[in-house]
Every structure is written in structure tokens, then in C-alpha cells.
Design a protein around this ligand. Structure first.
Ligand code: BGC
Length: 750
């Protein structure tokens, strides 16, 4: 053990009792930096893909994946790399024991080969659970997690994800996606927490707390990575990584709050938006990466680029004439680490820029300090892989029960005409059909065992599809299956119709090709015609039809929704989704999910619930143009809830004052259920056109049938604020209105 390592360990022991907020003083890090060469510093700022150091060729690695000692030598001794990510391009999920072997070997080789023994920081995309480790627990995708409106559950899902990520030897998760979901065409819509700033910010806080816990250095938590700063989710064309046009005011009003909430919750790293805003690629935009992120929001952690994004400043964005100029632009903008990720050109160029004086050594010291601090806070100088016996729950029953609970609370019942649901499978016979009926991949979506999530070879044995789960829940012969249609072509429709004639009800499970990023680009939100034809044919058979929707984004179902008796919106509910859907359909679970976005009725009717009044003007000049199929926040239950007695503690609030809102909710139906109490408000007159309504706060509650509860919310004037023309968050005095279900209360801000 070198002296340096020993003194660092002693230092760590001495500071072991410090909390997250009081991270280790910079003194020891600074002394380490003083000993580092320029090459060692730039190496810390370099992140390569596993493919660069594993046996085989990049994008076609040997199986099982193993490290290649010659490649390792080059990466560690020549380029002194500081970070590695993911599974190797084009590759799939890795067994837990192999992960531990790979990371353990990586760290020990690094100790042998690197002068200062600075540990490698490994990062992975664990988007809905540890999706790149065989047998990991897969939760609903974030859009489904948001539909629970239950931050406690989302925190738990992220805590389990952190546990299973660390079990794999990995201390850094490129999650959560905090881009706001206001462009439904975007291929990564399912990775967002939906369209609303308040709901998404609440989920952002829950995710950061779950992933990071109260200490990064406790073997069960990881560093989170807020993605993708900023404005990534709002491409004008709807296509991934294409230009966004967002004014500075809108940027702060809609896109910034989730990141602000995450930073306030202690998020340690951030990944930069691969696209451009208003003509400037964000990786080259100092006003976003430094002025807004660091100076305005006070972020102190590590900023990593997205995949190859420095090179893309030349190859895609054409704002740099060559890669050397691109590296200079990105470093000047404020990048700390480059996800290079397939070569070492970034490393060579940055070294040369520092030697030539075009980038100062002090500038790279700033980034290196942040990276080393993170490594230290994660405990990596001390121990990188913990004993497997520390993780007895990995992929086990307890974790899958949590995944089931999240899925069950996310399922959103959008339509239930004549109480077509719940089914009584002891009495009723059903036909289950459609592309998502018997597919685990369509329940999980992208980022599942592989990047795009389409490969069926890696699915976890024993997990149930919707059909499997319904079949298991019914007497023999009561649940029949015929596919009827793949995602985009009708298959054996005749067989499907023949079976439909023999049952009481038909369940059609609609789906979307698992995908993410550019491969997920579409030009049309319409549901593929084959699935529409399947539903139409079944509707024509006269049997009540129930749609189950497993979509990446709201695919247009308007024409078939009208005539279908029931609609169960399942998002991408993960590995336990089949059971959760079946239990909601059969009434074992009373659905309690609520839409975290506005469900459009037509492909170009992309409005949000918090639209402006002018958007409501219709062709006949009435104000009925806002006609989504289903509103933000909507979702039915098998019971009913009635609201009464909404009160407000004062009719007029002063600037530093607060008010208490109270309302009584009664379960007026005949079974227990969960309700999401949603409080909205309207600013009657404001200097920036106010939205017709805006979510103020919410709470999910459980009520037995007949039970009644009085709920209280405390509100401050700042909760009614918006960004004004000067880009300042203000609450303007004037008249407001509160809306809670059917209850409305006017009030005044002084
Ligand atoms: C995605 C990121 C992801 C990164 C590493 C990129 O293409 O945009 O969200 O974290 O790849 O896999």
C-alpha cells in the first residue's frame, strides 16, 4: 500500500461519521491533485465504454464478457482513464457474478497499473431497475412510477435499484431522467415523470433520495445522475436529439424546476442534453452548463457529457471545425467528464490543449476535484465491490413484491362503462389477445436487458405476461388466448374472432415496439393500423371490449376508445406488470393510478392541462378546443369518492404568510380504494398569460368504504409563483381560485 493511499484511508476513517451534506474537505483531494500529472488529470475526465477494455471487438464483444489485459494496459497506463460505463455497445445484460468479477478485476488492475491508485468510477443506465444485470428487479418505467402519484413508492423503487446496482459493483446510476414530458411524440417520453412540474419535481426528489440515501458511502446507495440538462425532451420535430426552441422564460418555468428540486435534494451528478436549444448545442453552451447550472442553481457536482457529444459538436452540430476545437468548446462550457466513449481522441486533444495553454491547468483541476470528491464520497478509495453476502435480497421476492406494488398503483383505469370491470373469472369467460398480451418485452420497454429492449433471450424466467397472469387466476377454460395482431400486422384474425364468439368479454392488449432514443423516432402518434383493425373487428363481434394499453407514449386510440367498454392504461409496467394488470382487471386490486400527462384525442391536438385560455378557442369561437381523450390527473376506481367542505384558513394571504386548505373526502362506494387528492389553482390576472389551471399540491390517501377523511395542505404565496418577463420567479398580488374536485374557493394574495 502506498503512503498516499494509507493517508487517504486514515483521513477517510477520521471523517467517516460526516454526513452527506458535510462532504470531506478539499484538503486531501487537493494534495492528491498536486501530485497528478496533466495526463493523469485528463484521464480522470475520460469515460470509456466497456467495449474499449473488454475482449472482442467494440460492438461485438466476446461472451461471457471479460476484460482484455492489453486493452486495459493501454487504457490505464497510457490514458489513465477515470471512468467506464455500461455493457459494451450492442451487448446485453451481464450476470451478477460476472459484473462483480469484471468490476473487481478492473479496480485491482487499476491499483496495480496506476501510479496514484485512484479508483475507477463505473456508471450504468439503471433506468427502471438494474436493467443490465441478469435477474435484476425491473420496475415500471418512470412514466408509470409517476402515475402512482405516490413519491414514497418511487423512493422505494429507487432505493432498491441503488441496492441492486451496488450489488453489481456499480456506484453510479445515470438516472433519473428529469426532462419534462411535454412532447408526447418524443421516443423517451416513457422515461419522464410526465408533463407537470409539481408532480415531476416531487418524483425527482423521491428518486434522488432513494438512489443516494443519506450517505453515498454505505454500500447500498449510488450517485444519481440528473438527465439531461436542459430542454432535451422538447424537440420541435418530436425526434430525439433534434432542435428545441425554448425561450429563457419557458426554460425556467417548465424545464428547470425538476433539476432544481433534484439539486436541492443533493443530486451529485448531471448529464448534459445531447441536442440544441435555440441554435446552440448544449454541450457548447456556457450559459446553460455553467451560468445556469452552477452559478444560478448552485450545483457543485460532476457534469458528464452524453454519448460522444463532444465529437458531435463537429460531426452533427457543425459548430466546431474539428475535434480539437470541439473539446475546447465543451470544456469552456463547463463539462467535467467526457463520455468519449469508444476511443481516446478526447483525452489526447485535451492534454494537448492544456500543454499549449489554450485550456488552463486550473480549469481542469476544477473538474478533477469534483470527480475525485465524488469518488471519495462514494467510498471508492476504501472499497469498490462489497461481499455478495451483503446483498441477499438481490432480484428476490421482497424486491419483486415492491415492483408489483408500484405497478399495481400505477395502473390507470380510464374507462369502465356499465362496470364492465372488474371481471369475475369464476363466472365469466374472456379472450385475451393483442400484441402485448403475451410479451414481457412489451411490458418493459426500452432499457430492458439491452438498450432497445427488444431481445427476448434475456428475459427473466418465471415472470408472467398479462395472459399468463389472467390464465393462472381463472378456472380452466375461462381465459382463452389468440394473438390476433402483432405490433403492425394482423395475424390469425379469424381464429381470434372465432374464439371471441365463445366468450363473455374480450381483452385486447395493445402495445408499442420497445425502443428509446433515435431508434424510437416516429412521425405519427396514431396506433398502428393493424391494432386498430383488430379492435374494430372485435368490436363488430358485439362482445364488450376492454383495451389494455402498454405504450411508450400516448398512442392515439380515439376511434376505438369511443366504442370500447373499458380502458386500462398500464404504461410500461415492468416485470410484475402482467400480474398487476391481471389483479386490477379482476378486482383483486382497486386501480388508483392517475394520468401524469394529458391524453391527446388526435395526433396534432397536443395540448397540456395547464394550457393558456387562448388555446381553448374553437373554430366556432366557443372555448371548447381543449378536448383531450383523458385529462391530466384522471383515473377511475371501482369505488367512488365524494368531496365536501373545502375551506381555506384565510381569504387573503400576505407575502410571508401561509394558508391551510382543508377538504373532506369520503369513500362513497362499496369497496376500499385509494384516491389522489389534487389541488389546483388559477391566477385570474397576471403579467404573463396564466394557465387555465395549475397543480398546486396533491396527496394519495387510502379509504375503507364508508370512511371519510379530512385532509390539510399548507400553502405559501411562493407556491403560486411563476417566471416573469425579467426571468424572476414572482407571486403577483391579486385574485386566485382554488379547485379541488368539484370544490372551488376564491382567495386573494396581498
Ligand atoms: C443516452 C443517455 C445514456 C447514455 C449512456 C445516451 O445515448 O442519451 O441517457 O445515459 O447514452 O448509455
Amino acid at each position: 500500500m502506498t503512503c498516499l493511499r494509507r493517508s487517504l484511508i486514515l483521513f477517510l476513517v477520521a471523517t467517516a461519521l460526516m454526513t452527506k451534506a458535510e462532504s470531506v474537505p478539499l484538503l486531501s483531494i487537493d494534495s492528491l491533485i498536486r501530485q497528478m500529472t496533466i495526463e493523469e488529470k485528463v484521464g480522470q475526465m475520460t469515460q470509456v465504454d466497456l467495449g474499449v477494455i473488454a475482449k472482442g471487438s467494440i460492438c461485438n464483444l466476446d461472451e461471457p464478457r471479460r476484460l482484455d489485459s492489453e486493452k486495459l494496459r493501454k487504457a490505464m497506463e497510457v490514458y489513465k482513464i477515470g471512468s467506464v460505463l455500461n455493457v459494451g455497445c450492442g451487448s446485453g445484460t451481464i450476470p451478477l457474478t460476472d459484473w462483480r468479477l469484471i468490476i473487481g478485476q478492473l479496480q485491482s488492475e487499476n491499483r496495480l497499473r496506476s501510479r496514484l491508485e485512484i479508483p475507477i468510477l463505473y456508471g450504468v443506465d439503471a433506468i427502471h431497475g438494474v436493467n443490465y444485470t441478469v435477474g435484476g428487479t425491473l420496475f415500471p418505467q418512470p412514466i408509470g412510477q409517476a402515475a402512482t402519484w405516490n413519491p414514497t413508492l418511487v423512493e422505494k423503487a429507487n432505493e432498491i435499484t441503488a441496492y441492486e446496482t451496488r450489488a453489481s459493483g456499480i456506484p453510479w446510476n445515470f438516472s433519473p431522467v428529469l426532462d419534462i414530458g411535454r412532447q408526447p411524440l418524443w421516443s423517451r417520453f416513457f422515461e419522464t415523470y410526465g408533463e407537470d412540474v409539481i408532480l415531476s419535481s416531487s418524483m425527482a426528489r423521491a428518486a434522488i433520495n432513494g438512489l443516494q440515501g443519506s450517505s453515498l458511502n454505505d454500500r447500498y446507495h449510488v450517485s444519481a445522475c440528473m438527465k439531461h440538462f436542459l430542454g432535451y425532451s422538447f424537440p420541435l420535430s418530436g425526434h430525439d436529439r433534434t432542435p428545441a426552441w425554448i425561450s429563457p422564460r419557458e426554460l425556467r418555468e417548465y424545464f428547470l424546476p425538476t433539476f432544481k428540486a433534484a439539486i436541492e435534494s443533493g443530486a451529485r451528478t448531471v448529464m448534459i442534453n445531447s441536442g440544441e436549444i435555440n441554435g446552440t448545442p448544449v454541450h457548447a453552451d456556457r450559459s446553460i452548463v455553467t451560468e445556469l447550472l452552477r452559478n444560478e442553481l448552485g450545483f457543485k457536482g460532476v457534469a458528464v457529457t452524453d454519448w460522444e457529444d463532444i465529437y458531435k459538436l463537429v460531426d452533427v452540430h457543425h459548430v466546431a471545425a474539428n475535434r480539437r476545437a470541439a473539446v475546447k468548446l465543451a470544456i469552456d462550457a463547463g463539462i467535467d467528464m467526457s463520455m468519449t466513449p469508444n476511443d481516446f481522441e478526447f483525452t489526447e486533444l485535451l492534454i494537448s490543449l492544456v500543454y499549449s495553454g489554450e485550456i488552463s491547468e486550473a480549469r481542469i483541476d476544477t473538474s478533477v476535484r469534483r470527480i475525485l470528491q465524488l469518488k471519495q464520497d462514494l467510498g471508492l478509495f476504501d472499497q469498490t465491490v462489497y461481499p455478495s453476502s451483503d446483498y441477499p435480497e438481490f432480484g428476490g421476492e421482497t424486491h419483486s413484491r415492491w415492483s408489483y406494488t408500484v405497478a399495481a398503483e400505477s395502473i390507470t383505469l380510464l374507462k369502465n362503462d356499465q362496470k364492465v370491470l372488474p371481471l369475475n373469472l369464476t363466472k365469466e369467460k374472456v379472450l385475451v389477445c393483442g400484441p402485448a398480451a403475451n410479451s414481457l418485452n412489451l411490458l418493459n420497454g426500452g432499457w430492458t436487458h439491452t438498450w432497445q429492449g427488444v431481445d427476448t433471450r434475456f428475459n427473466t424466467p418465471g415472470k408472467t405476461t398479462i395472459y399468463d397472469a389472467l390464465y393462472a387466476a381463472a378456472p380452466k377454460g375461462h381465459v382463452l388466448y389468440a394473438k390476433g395482431s402483432s405490433l403492425d400486422s394482423v395475424e390469425n384474425l379469424d381464429e381470434c374472432l372465432k374464439l371471441a364468439a365463445t366468450v363473455d368479454k374480450v381483452i385486447v392488449c395493445l402495445g408499442e415496439q420497445p425502443c428509446t432514443e433515435i431508434p424510437g423516432n416516429i412521425n405519427d402518434l396514431s396506433l398502428p393500423i393493424a391494432q386498430v383493425k383488430l379492435v374494430q373487428a372485435l368490436l363488430a363481434s358485439g362482445k364488450p371490449v376492454i383495451l389494455v394499453c402498454c405504450f411508450n407514449r400516448p398512442r392515439i386510440i380515439h376511434s376505438i376508445a369511443q366504442e370500447s367498454a373499458g380502458i386500462v392504461y398500464a404504461y410500461l409496467p415492468g416485470d410484475e406488470g402482467g400480474r398487476a394488470i391481471s389483479d386490477c382487471i379482476t378486482g383483486k386490486v382497486n386501480p388508483s393510478g392517475r394520468l401524469p400527462f394529458t391524453y391527446p384525442a388526435a395526433t396534432n391536438a397536443l395540448m397540456h392541462y395547464d394550457h393558456k385560455a387562448s388555446e381553448e378557442l374553437d373554430i366556432d369561437f366557443s372555448n371548447h378546443a381543449y378536448r383531450p381523450d383523458f385529462d391530466f390527473g384522471s383515473g377511475l376506481s371501482y369505488t367512488t369518492f365524494s368531496y365536501s367542505g373545502a375551506t381555506i384558513s384565510k381569504k387573503s394571504i400576505a407575502a410571508n404568510d401561509s394558508i391551510i386548505i382543508q377538504v373532506t373526502i369520503r369513500n362513497s362506494g362499496d369497496c376500499p380504494g385509494m384516491e389522489v387528492v389534487q389541488v389546483y389553482y388559477r391566477d385570474l390576472v397576471a403579467s404573463i398569460t396564466p394557465p387555465v389551471k395549475k397543480l398546486l399540491t396533491f396527496q394519495k390517501i387510502y379509504l375503507e368504504n364508508g370512511q371519510e377523511k379530512k385532509i390539510s395542505f399548507t400553502i405559501h404565496p411562493k407556491d403560486l409563483s411563476f417566471i416573469n418577463k425579467e426571468l424572476v420567479r414572482v407571486t403577483e398580488p391579486g385574485e386566485f381560485e382554488l379547485m379541488i374536485a368539484n370544490q372551488k374557493i376564491p382567495f386573494h394574495v396581498e
